[in-house]
Design a protein around this ligand. Sequence first.
Ligand code: IMP
Length: 427
Amino acid sequence: MTTIIVVGAQIGDEGKGKVVDVLAEEADIVARFAGGNNAGHTIVVDGKKIVTHIVPSGCVHQGTVNLCGAGMVIDPFVFHDEVKGIQEQGFLKGDGEICIDLDAHIIMPWHIALDVAREEASNNRIGSTRRGVGPCYEDKARRVGIRVKDLLSIQAHLLFPDTALEIFHKVRVSWECVRDQINNLGLEVLDNINGLQLLLEMFEKLNFPNVKFVSGSDLVTQAQKENKNVLLEGAQGAMLDVTHGPYPYVTSSSTLAGGACTGIGIGPTTIDSVWGITKAYVTRVGKGPFDSKIQDPEMEEKVRQLGAEFGATTGRPRMCGWLNLDELKRAVQLNGITDLAVTKLDIVAHIPDLKVWLDGELQDVPHWKKTWKKPEEKMTEDNLGDNLSCLLDLIEDVTGSPVNMISFGPDRKDIIVYRKAFDRNVL
Ligand code: IMP
């Protein structure tokens, strides 16, 4: 039995979807532990592109259980469309292949309205994805959030009128508070709501024939007892963590490996290794510090175009920067990363004068320029170029963590795994 955590070691968009997809080949369960549809994970299988926002990245493997964990916030309308789309592409059709934790929180329409209203108000912009994720977590912390289990129990509202009343009260409190905040911003007046109809509709959106509503803690614990392989999938990245990121330019959940345990409901002693994913350069969307941003607009555009750096969730062009080794080192520390996976090496392979951010300044990669050769059109394991080893050596030296996987193209085949994640326990 092995339980691994996979997290983003930068500011999100590190290529986690692809890495998780490859690691998930041997996983029995892939469980997402935080965030919502602010994330966007892209997986390419036989040239087919699958973009997920809520559903875990194990969804293209038949028989793998994909759990949306208790730490997540779920928009039922987005969930519905996403599952339907994935099923139309031929995946996620088996019974129980998609499970939702009963304790996950529900993004209500007014959470989205508030997120948008705040972003529109000029003095309060952090560049959120406008999906209602932050306001939903606020309601969770205020203890008025609506959970998956509430949608289920409202089904039985006629049998259990007390439960129904309690839930309606929560909906009212959440709605009224958010409505007042939106109205105070003077941007939009929310109409009254039909609570019952909305909750029933939301339940229907989640209730696919093969979706199971579960305790994720029980599901994963049982799997661990049965010697199964479990992969806990993060969203966003270390530098967006609500506690350890550059507050307030952060998301509203715990994106670090520690958050995997609380987000699923298992203890840290059950974790065997922590994989951190980093690109060979860095991108940022939204506001916040970005020390290593590429200052030459032509070079930034080159990286953006080569790397197709446009948001999977919002379509926003991402700002591009040189690999920030100071932040990567910190991400290794914050997460306890045991294995690094470096993605998008094919992009930096095109840059004869590659830079990294180290010790608070831009620096050359030792020996890169000397060893650089124009990369072959199709990069393979045999033609990677010595310059890439120079970069990987530097990453290992600075962070103290081994690079155990590299990726040099969008397809599943464009990857080399140096240590199999589920072969042995390392902690
Ligand atoms: P929110 O998570 O939508 O509240 O946005 C808060 C911050 O996190 C903004 O700067 C977003 O651009 C950023 N963010 C959220 N999700 C992602 C992601 O998946 N990739 C990159 N940035 C993200």
